[in-house]
Write a protein that binds this ligand. Structure first.
Ligand SMILES: Cc1ncc(COP(=O)(O)O)c(C=O)c1O
Length: 485
């Protein structure tokens, strides 16, 4: 006798069966395309290169060296196993005191040591993902909403809305002023929500921004503080890319703005989301932090954190690492330098073939302007172009529509989750694609050879010319191109 599978939606909850996870978006479809056919320099050189994952992999040599030199911090080593039992048994949900102290210090360090964070306010969560959901549970009821400037990280829909029933309401930001969050845009969104009878409970800011790679200036930050105080709504500031700022102007944390002399602010409204996923490059460790200036929220969040604690083994390792001042100092500086270099080579490579990116100084990605490649100024055309890039060019980049961008033609491209050679191959593919797509063969004569280091191994496209009837090249020509570059 076999089991009869009778799982259908009627037997399940609304949360289990609604689409709130957002897995059906182009953002996640791109990841699937990569998983089916992942690029490998020798075993699968024509596979999909993952440029849709905001991961910071540029400094793992430094981390590895630290781990080898600090075996006591890993309790599964001969040097560290004495602590194994103490770490393996139940701990309370406050987290190890050294961990809270270490994280509070690290948060200060990556904000230029201008502000001190109180370790008693450090609350753990399963990554920033868990932190956002937890805060949404604390601050709003189902049906109520948070304002969020567009374009924004697609995961916010899942993190803040899916299981909580809280909504996100877009603040429309435009390319004409580099997607600035203006006072007018804030007021317009708030008024629009009110007209739709939606109660706004808060504003969600992401600074530095994913996907823009830009930071908010002091004036904008002060305006938002005035705005949320005026409306008496919460401000959640996601600062998980704080240490990725690799160039001027300097990053300004919301924690700095609220103590400025000329800013009146009800601190009970201010909450910071942080994580070690981007700044240290450890998304696998799921270290998320809620730092609220509101005592009631801090207490409630701590109770709720039982559902998403950071494992004590991870806390133990991370405390030792973060409290090693010499190492952290070196890491933060080196990481910024490597990001700056990578960003520079990548954006310059794009620029050389006529592709602009939004000027940025932070993050693990850039916001690429492909508006000139759209057949029409529509999101359908954007998706059509995206399909071509993923299927023919074999690059998983993410289309702007998945970030709720209000203008078609923008794409996020991640550049810090791969080695130099893979980045060069990706650039070469984009070049060949643009040349074929636009028929700009004179670019090659104008010296792409000089602009890019030679990448190893051939990369050949077999389908560009068949799917793109506007390109002038044949497959033979595309192979010829590759040998020239
Ligand atoms: C702005 C932003 N917030 C939150 C997250 C989720 O981070 P975590 O891996 O710490 O859950 C991401 C991940 O890309 C992100 O870009």
């Amino acid at each position: 006798m076999g089991f009869i599978s009778n799982i259908n939606n009627e037997l399940l909850s609304k949360v289990a069966t609604n689409n709130g996870h957002g897995e059906n978006s182009a953002y996640f479809d791109g990841w699937k395309a990569y998983e089916i056919d992942p690029f490998h320099p020798t075993q699968n050189p024509n596979g999909v290169i993952q440029m849709g994952l905001a991961e910071n992999q540029l400094c793992f040599d430094l981390i590895q060296e630290w781990v080898v030199n600090n075996q006591k911090s890993s309790i599964c080593t001969a040097g560290g196993c004495e602590e194994f039992k103490e770490i393996a048994i139940y701990q309370d949900y406050h987290g190890l005191p050294e961990f809270r102290r270490a994280v509070a210090r690290f948060m200060s360090k990556v904000r230029g040591d201008k502000i001190k964070f109180d370790e008693e306010r450090i609350v753990m969560s399963g990554g920033a993902t868990g932190a956002h959901e937890l805060l949404a549970f604390c601050l709003a009821d189902p049906g109520e909403a948070f304002l969020v400037p567009t374009p924004y990280y697609p995961g916010f829909d899942r993190d803040l809305s899916w299981r909580t029933g809280v909504q996100l309401f877009p603040i429309i930001c435009e390319s004409s002023n580099n997607f600035k969050v203006t006072k007018k845009a804030l007021e317009d969104a708030y008024n629009k929500a009110q007209e739709s009878n939606i109660t706004i409970k808060g504003l969600l800011l992401n600074n530095p921004s994913n996907p823009l790679g830009t930071i908010l200036d002091m004036e904008t930050l002060k305006d938002t503080i005035r705005f949320i105080n005026d409306k008496n709504i919460h401000l959640v500031c996601d600062e998980i890319y704080a240490a990725t700022v690799f160039n001027e102007p300097k990053f300004i944390s919301i924690s700095e703005v609220i103590i400025s002399e000329n800013v009146q602010c009800n601190l009970d409204l201010i909450h910071i989301v942080y994580s070690l996923s981007k700044d240290l490059g450890f998304p696998g460790f799921r270290v998320g932090i809620i730092y609220s200036y509101n005592d009631v929220v801090t207490k409630c969040a701590r109770k709720m954190s039982s559902f998403g604690l950071v494992s004590t083994q991870t806390q133990y390792l991370i405390s030792d690492m973060l409290l090693d001042d010499t190492f952290i100092e070196k890491f933060v500086v080196e990481s910024r330098e490597r990001l700056e270099k990578r960003h520079g080579v990548f954006t310059k490579g794009l620029e050389n073939i006529g592709i602009n990116t939004l000027e940025s100084n932070a993050g693990l990605f850039c916001w690429m302007d492909l508006r000139s490649l759209l057949k029409e100024n529509t999101f359908e055309s954007e998706i059509e172009l995206w399909r071509m890039i993923i299927n023919d060019v074999k690059l998983n980049v993410s289309p702007g529509c998945s970030f709720h961008c209000c203008e078609p033609g923008w794409f996020r491209v991640c550049f810090a989750n791969m080695d130099d050679d893979t980045m060069r191959i990706a650039l070469r593919r984009i070049e060949i694609f643009v040349v074929q797509y636009k028929g700009i063969n004179n670019i090659i004569e104008e010296g792409i050879e000089n602009s890019l280091p030679i990448a190893p191994g051939p990369v050949s496209f077999t389908s560009i010319s068949s799917s793109n009837n506007r390109g002038r090249s044949s497959i033979a020509e595309s192979n010829e191109l590759e040998t020239q570059i």
